[in-house]
Ligand binder design. Structure first.
Ligand SMILES: [Zn+2]
Length: 245
């Protein structure tokens, strides 16, 4: 379960101690992967806990031969869970309790939130930066079903007025991954639409809306599965507009 080649803005390309370029054995996202510094050996640590047999379809993975069933299916939450398992292990917390807790833990409030809107599966995820957006899009690409995307981009004070970060998002090959339509909204619907268009997505299938309610209305004109990505101040208004449906 790993990506070959870096297709996004790598945040950790250089060694923080000696500034040499890090060498990645494999790469997941942002600076996460198996890396080491060829000069000072930074990154060559023994692995404490390792997730194996990761199956995003059945939402299972193993650590030390123990199988964990989880509620979501993204590689970045598995990284978080392995960190949880490591800490629990250090504090000698009973493995059975960890298994039980992880099996019930569901993210919500727009963090990889799964909701059902009149029978249409909808996955909402917050993305405040290219890394967050890229992991959301990776999830979408790993999903073999046909789907539509709503991207809501705001440029309010809390978001930052500069939206140039959207040019570091990897929007390539969305059509190849069965994205059949994209609706954009927020205070900058045209910026995000143009960004997606320049990544090669059919412009006829990109629909920008200045009004969020109308965008959501348009989104649910079909029964195709939905992925929703919204940035900071866009998240709650988008959630509410969808939950109202
Ligand atoms: Zn180094």
């Amino acid at each position: 379960m790993q990506q070959n080649g870096i297709q996004e803005a790598g945040e950790g390309k250089f060694c923080p101690f000696c500034k040499s370029r890090l060498e990645y054995e494999y790469y997941q996202y942002s600076h996460v992967g198996k890396f080491s510094c060829p000069n000072c050996d930074y990154g060559n640590y023994p692995i404490y806990k390792e997730a194996k047999n990761i199956n995003l379809k059945t939402k299972t993975f193993e650590v030390d031969g123990i199988s964990y069933q989880i509620q979501d299916n993204s590689i970045y939450t598995i990284y978080n869970y392995v960190a949880v398992i490591s800490v629990m292990n250090i504090y000698h917390i009973d493995t059975e309790d960890v298994i039980k807790a992880l099996s019930k833990f569901a993210l919500n409030n727009g963090r990889l939130e799964n909701i059902n809107v009149n029978g249409v599966p909808t996955i909402i995820n917050l993305a405040k930066n290219p890394t967050g957006a890229n992991v959301s899009l990776r999830l979408l690409k790993e999903d073999e079903d046909e789907k539509e995307l709503l991207f809501v981009l705001n440029d309010n004070i809390a978001d930052g007025f500069d939206v140039s970060w959207i040019w570091d998002i990897n929007f390539n090959q969305l059509q190849e991954h069965k994205v059949t339509r994209i609706i954009t909204a927020g205070t900058r619907p045209y910026d995000i639409a143009i960004r997606i268009k320049t990544a090669g997505f059919d412009p006829e299938k990109i629909i920008p809306y200045e009004n969020l309610e109308l965008a959501v209305q348009e989104l649910y004109k079909t029964n195709v599965k939905k992925y929703v990505i919204a940035n900071y101040t866009a998240l709650q208004p988008t959630r509410h507009a969808i939950l109202k449906k």
